[in-house]
Design a protein around this ligand. Sequence first.
Ligand SMILES: Cc1ncc(COP(=O)(O)O)c(C=O)c1O
Length: 401
Amino acid sequence: MGQNPSKITRRQLLRTGALLAGGLPLAGSLLGKAQASPIYPGSTGTLEQYRPGSKGWVEQEIALKAPADLKARLFANENPFGPSDKAKRALTDAMAKSYQYPFMYFKDLYQMIADREGIKPENILFGAGSTPLLMAAAMYFSKPGGNIVSGDPSYEDLPTTATHFNAKWVKVPVTADYKLDLDAMEKAVDGNTGLVYICNPNNPTATVVDTDKLRGFCERVSKKTTVFVDEAYIDYLPDPAGTTLVSGIKAGQNIIVARTFSKLHGFAGLRVGYIMAQPDTIKKLEDYTEGPMSISATSLQAALASYQDKEYLQGALKKTLASKDFLYEVLKKEGYTYIPSSTNFVMFPIKMDGEHFASEMMKRGVGVRSWVLGGSNQWCRVSIGRMDEMEAFAAAFKELS
Ligand SMILES: Cc1ncc(COP(=O)(O)O)c(C=O)c1O
């Protein structure tokens, strides 16, 4: 098992303040920046950012504004085809014993992932979704004077958290075809780079980089710094096993691979995610996060069921692809282009102000997310939902396009 629940972690010490008092290196380096009600001691971000309705999380803001009779929830890249029936049954069955701490369910889940990936349980760390693990990496690898390299645009949680811990965020623009620019990212790495964050497939562009090129990148760059490959959307690719960078971990490289059950498994509300890395990296990151003890016994047992439910996963993927094809046709018919998507969402340029567009769509019962790329170009990111949701999108979109 990757986590020893009985261990008093650095994170727990941080919470009690003992580490701050002891002045260990992390806390010591951050004390000067501490504010009233920080998320973590030393963080410059405050809880205010994460309160409902605050500016901390765009999707949360949209969700809170959404009417109760929302017709299509297409703003958070969730998967409405999940969770699977088997996962739901496991949840219901687990309810009766949910007064018990979930100690006994980690082992099976760790072993199952290890067996499928051809790694050891010591290479894995679970969390309540992958977000706490991204946060742990951001905290651990951010050093004052250091930097974190990411694509632009890309998923921002990890680098944003890193800036709260005084790291500089080096943003490398995507290529003309909206893919991560691996050559430019490699050039951006310097002696102060604490971590390179690669989101593949990338959110929000929905593009994927060439696997061999990424393997070469990881082999070279992981000799200089840690490479974090976020594979949240990998299950939507035709060959996830042939695309994952877990091969780099097996080859001994300094890589962290993140996965989540929030997407194809449909577990966004159940909160299960994991990272895979070298055992010493896992041990270090354990100190910055709660690990599997932060996951409910019900969610853990549902994850065990879902991970083995190949039939459900294939079915959900098929339905996602059908809804995506429908969306492509709608966009083409209305004279719009889009970035071909390797995920469960699509980015396309719009012909009006993005926020105005999103709010007009919301008035019509359809929640989407807008984006500004390159400083001025307005885009819409629409998640792939059920066919009735895509039809609601089409009806609202035709009124505005
Ligand atoms: C690229 C990427 N990574 C990580 C996450 C976090 O997912 P979770 O915390 O639900 O596992 C998301 C969520 O949308 C994402 O898009």
